[in-house]
Write a protein that binds this ligand. Sequence first.
Ligand SMILES: CC(C)(COP(=O)(O)OP(=O)(O)OC[C@H]1O[C@@H](n2cnc3c(N)ncnc32)[C@H](O)[C@@H]1OP(=O)(O)O)[C@@H](O)C(=O)NCCC(=O)NCCS
Length: 166
Amino acid sequence: MMNTTELNSVEIARWDSSHARWAELMQACSDLGHGADLEAKTADYHLGLYTLVAFTPHEVVGLLRFWTQQIGLDEDKPLLLIEGEPTIEAKSVAFAVRPEFRRQGIGRRLQEAAIEWARELGCYQLRSRSYYSCQENHALKLSMGFAIQPAVQKEAHPSAYFVLPL
Ligand SMILES: CC(C)(COP(=O)(O)OP(=O)(O)OC[C@H]1O[C@@H](n2cnc3c(N)ncnc32)[C@H](O)[C@@H]1OP(=O)(O)O)[C@@H](O)C(=O)NCCC(=O)NCCS
């Protein structure tokens, strides 16, 4: 666990690939097993890929990356229209905090920053998918008011969607 001075120096900011510390972020994604491969996985129905980073002057300590997309297409469903207009959601696809920085509110700050950004982008909702085993992530999402919908896909490990209306 970090001392107060180190925690106070954790900032949350929006980064893109032109950021001077982008390579450091990619290394953190790789270390944490979240979000290093998203550029390669981007599909034609993704409208944008957005990256929030928790960092100190010395290291990247957490990250949240989300795609914006038209609701329905990533589930192989027709595009959902409301009053003839496509509906847009933010889908969080990478979210992690370094173990030694956990349980200090950084994950919650990353989610709050994602909510703010997704609202600015005109999204109806923030959604993510998580395996049943990710208990700490579920506790965080429930404490923030997300709803749960078990995913229907047949898979070895069950998962659920977490959805927050914006
Ligand atoms: C999920 C994760 C990002 C949370 O980050 P974090 O910085 O520790 O989260 P926070 O400190 O902001 O926690 C906020 C709230 O979530 C809940 N929570 C978080 N971790 C918890 C745990 N281990 N047990 C119970 N509740 C927990 C609590 O309600 C907590 O509030 P509190 O500390 O005031 O009680 C982090 O645990 C992690 O990186 N896990 C591994 C990767 C992962 O599961 N990613 C999710 C996609 S599968």
